[in-house]
Design a protein around this ligand. Structure first.
Ligand SMILES: [Zn+2]
Length: 189
């Protein structure tokens, strides 16, 4: 299985770091990359081919490597984008975004989301399950030609979630990797 991993936003935060927690001085681009590298290592150990690419050129709209084109040209079987959420500092939890709540992307999303919620609720029983949501406007979900999900791991602007993102990246990564392999086992019977 060929897995394309896309940590959100721009490498080194230039020009786009994503969401930032000013108090802890952590940035979404760095956390997403760190978790993405760990997912990559887990999946390589599981026998997958893995390509990891972080770029703010999602589909040809700016300079740098084009995420959608790269995943499609490589012939990825599965596409996983990794992000951190942010809202008004009060909201917590994980959500998984798919183009539509039917088909292969939804199945992939279900497996990844279930592992993520199980794992994080083991660490923190109050970690909210925000569910699987359809986001047809997101170009990395709309224009990729393989089952694709965008994982919003937790809220980087929330005081509790940010500590999970800082201290439990291995667990986030292991959960995402297990979700991918659960999906692959399922569709291959
Ligand atoms: Zn993001």
């Amino acid at each position: 299985m060929k897995v394309f991993i896309n940590p959100g936003h721009a490498p080194n935060g230039n020009p786009d770091p994503g969401a930032v927690n000013d108090f802890y001085r952590v940035r979404e681009c760095d956390i997403a990359l760190s978790i993405g590298e760990m997912v990559k290592n887990y999946l390589i150990k599981a026998g997958c081919g893995v390509k990891l690419l972080q770029s703010n050129n999602l589909a040809g709209e700016s300079a740098g490597e084009n995420i959608v084109k790269s995943a499609n040209d490589w012939g990825a079987d599965v596409f996983v984008s990794i992000h951190c959420n942010a809202y008004d500092k009060s909201v917590r939890g994980a959500e998984t975004l798919v183009y539509d709540k039917v088909g292969g992307s939804y199945t992939l999303g279900k497996y990844i989301h279930a592992q993520l919620i199980d794992t994080m609720q083991d660490i923190d029983g109050t970690f909210p399950n925000r569910g699987i949501k359809s986001r047809p406007a997101l170009c990395v979900l709309r224009r990729t030609q393989m089952p694709a999900v965008l994982v919003e791991t937790a809220f980087i602007d929330n005081d509790i979630d940010v500590l999970l993102l800082m201290n439990h990246q291995e667990e986030f990564a292991a959960a995402i990797a297990r979700g991918v392999t659960d999906y692959w086992i399922d569709i291959n019977g």
